[in-house]
Design a protein around this ligand. Structure first.
Ligand SMILES: [Zn+2]
Length: 154
């Protein structure tokens, strides 16, 4: 089984159903819509998380709480000798007016522990980027899969 990160891949963004309109604020060549990903608009969060892993994509959604839960479940789920790491999550505010104000240039506002980071870091480290409607952005770790955590603790 390939691990995804050993391939010569670059980060992409997969847009959840509720966030397709926000795709225009992200670099066009990095955008994957659900249609391009061949995912049904009726797909569950779990299906979208699994597809994002296959595609090596950062998920963009306005439904942060459910996705955080689903990602935790996914990282825990596969308790065997395979890496099931994911590639990051971006939670955006829903109203279009706030998206218009907040999303352009979002990549330049990413900080973790006061250090500037890039989308590439978000993708490699499986970070959660949360864009708040009050114009603040915070970033934290979502963590590695069960297998990688086990390796690291041995
Ligand atoms: Zn892993």
């Amino acid at each position: 089984m390939e691990d995804g990160k050993t391939e010569m891949r670059e980060y992409k963004f997969l847009f959840d159903n509720d966030s397709q309109a926000a795709a225009k604020f992200f670099p066009e060549k990095r955008v994957i819509t659900l249609a391009q990903a061949k995912v049904s608009t009726a797909a569950s969060d779990a299906e979208i998380v699994a597809r994002a892993r296959e595609l090596g994509a950062i998920i963009v959604t306005a439904n942060g709480e459910d996705y955080e839960k689903e990602i935790k479940r996914f990282l825990q789920k596969s308790q065997r000798n395979d890496c099931y790491d994911l590639f990051g999550l971006v939670v955006i505010p829903n109203p279009a007016a706030i998206q218009e104000r907040m999303l352009p240039g979002l990549g330049a506002k990413l900080r973790i522990n006061e250090k500037a980071i890039s989308w590439d870091d978000v993708w490699r480290e499986n970070y959660l980027v949360r864009v708040h409607s009050d114009s603040t952005v915070d970033v934290r770790e979502l963590g590695r899969c069960f297998y990688c955590k086990k390796l690291a603790s041995e």
